[in-house]
Design a binder for this molecule. Structure first.
Ligand code: HEM
Length: 154
């Protein structure tokens, strides 16, 4: 009798990537109010914030390249905010976690990213005509879905 039972096997398989967190898509009224151009302007402002933030090194440093990255992202946001699937048409399946994999994203970086969004969202009703009554559900989407992009401890 040697007391404690030994585990019958040790798991050596890598754990699979987590599934996307469950969250509602942003309200379609957002695309109805902003259109593709308004959403593009919103993303350009977010990327300007990101480019000046403590996680700027994750993003292109050249202004034109930064804007191109914002415009690419904006196509995805058009789709999830109730507009046509422009991102999928141009780039194929979104696979967002996989597409973020080349970048080391910690939860701390995620919070900085959310902070950059917040800077823009607080004036978005005035600047882009973002429907004020749908700000909170949009924030909820960003907060929850962004957890899926975290791929590094720390
Ligand atoms: C709601 C959560 C998020 C959404 C919907 C989102 C969306 C996107 C999209 C659509 C792209 C373009 C992907 C492509 O190359 O085709 C992108 C790129 C990127 N995202 Fe996110 N993202 C999210 C969260 C984050 C977070 C939390 C970080 C970092 C803290 C991050 C950092 C990046 C970086 C570094 C790129 C590449 C930029 C480049 O083109 O050089 N993202 N994101």
């Amino acid at each position: 009798m040697d007391g404690e039972a030994k585990p019958r096997y040790v798991r050596t398989m890598p754990t699979p990537d987590p599934l996307p967190p469950v969250t509602a898509f942003p309200r379609p009224e957002i695309f109805a109010a902003l259109g593709a151009e308004g959403i593009r302007n919103l993303l350009r402002r977010v990327y300007v914030e990101l480019g000046q933030s403590s996680i700027a090194s994750l993003f292109p440093s050249e202004p034109e390249a930064l804007q191109a990255a914002a415009d690419k992202s904006s196509l995805f946001f058009v789709g999830i905010c109730g507009g046509p699937p422009l991102y999928e048409k141009k780039y194929g399946p979104p696979r967002m976690r996989l597409r973020h994999q080349p970048f080391a994203i910690t939860d701390e970086a995620r919070l900085v990213w959310l902070g950059c969004w917040e800077e823009v969202l607080k004036t978005a009703p005035e600047t882009e005509g973002f429907p004020r009554e749908h700000l909170d559900t949009f924030r909820e989407y960003l907060t929850t879905f962004s957890r899926w992009m975290v791929n590094k401890e720390g």
